[in-house]
Design a binder for this molecule. Structure first.
Ligand SMILES: C[S@@+](CC[C@H](N)C(=O)[O-])C[C@H]1O[C@@H](n2cnc3c(N)ncnc32)[C@H](O)[C@@H]1O
Length: 237
């Protein structure tokens, strides 16, 4: 089955630099098929090399961003949003205030710990959130899955494409539009491209925006090279 997504969407197949609240306000309502995003966890994160994440120490953006995410998502579709477990109350408030209904919770098991204190912290987590009454997938994914280490080369909290691609396959069709309003290094957008979906990414930080844009260009190059080598096969026979 092919998608019904309009080819006229103003932010189709682009990463936009800016505040996602402002950018989503320019998007038509009900224009996105699936949202897959990893917002700041509200933990004031700093990695060993000193890299930080904008808006990770204040939650002013949370409610307005979730309101816009809900508005641009089509009726009877879902969003998957990672969140910081220490701030689950703030995230939950914002999702419910926007209109989202939680319909699932995903745990991503890591082989390494991001931190060790009372526990050795070895998982990431995300909520599956519905707008309206989305249809059930034919073969539902397990809600616990492995998350390989991304290497964090492009971004301090980079998510691996291998963990994102199955989510995109389960909750959207080829050709549909996947939005990531907190795109970071563009992992969700790369996963959308690699699974034959359209994408729209938004990133506030100019450094991560450039990483994401260059990464998407590399992914496009790899896809084009693969296509042309496949096209060459008949002529080589
Ligand atoms: C947890 S990171 C996402 C990392 C991403 N999943 C990846 O694999 O690279 C969250 C990102 O949201 C960005 N951000 C924070 N506030 C934002 C806003 N209001 N609009 C757009 N991006 C924002 C941060 O700069 C950061 O790169």
């Amino acid at each position: 089955m092919q998608a019904q997504t309009s080819t006229q969407h103003p932010f189709l197949n682009t990463i936009t630099q800016g505040n996602c609240i402002d950018v989503m306000r320019q998007m038509p309502a009900n224009s996105v098929d699936f949202i897959l995003t990893d917002p700041p966890y509200l933990v004031n994160y700093r990695d060993r090399s000193g890299r930080t994440i904008q808006n990770d120490a204040n939650a002013d953006w949370l409610k307005p961003a979730m309101r816009e995410a809900y508005r641009v998502l089509k009726q009877d579709r879902v969003a998957i949003m990672f969140y910081g477990w220490t701030k689950v109350d703030a995230f939950f408030d914002a999702w419910k205030a926007a209109g989202f209904q939680p319909v699932g919770h995903l745990v991503f098991r890591k082989t390494y710990s991001s931190k060790s204190r009372f526990l050795s912290y070895q998982h990431e987590q995300a909520y599956l959130l519905a707008k309206g009454r989305p249809p059930l997938p034919k073969q539902p994914l397990a809600d616990v899955m492995d998350m390989p280490y991304s290497g964090n080369k492009l971004h301090p909290t980079q998510k691996p494409v291998a963990a994102l691609a199955p989510l995109i396959r389960s909750f959207s069709l080829p050709g549909e539009l996947v939005l990531d309003p907190f795109a970071g290094s563009g992992s969700s957008c790369a996963a959308a491209l690699l699974t034959g979906r359209r994408y729209s990414g938004i990133e506030l930080d100019s450094e991560y925006f450039h990483e994401a844009s260059e990464r998407i260009a590399r992914v496009r190059g790899r896809i084009a090279a693969k296509r042309s080598s496949q096209e060459l096969i008949p002529t080589l026979r």
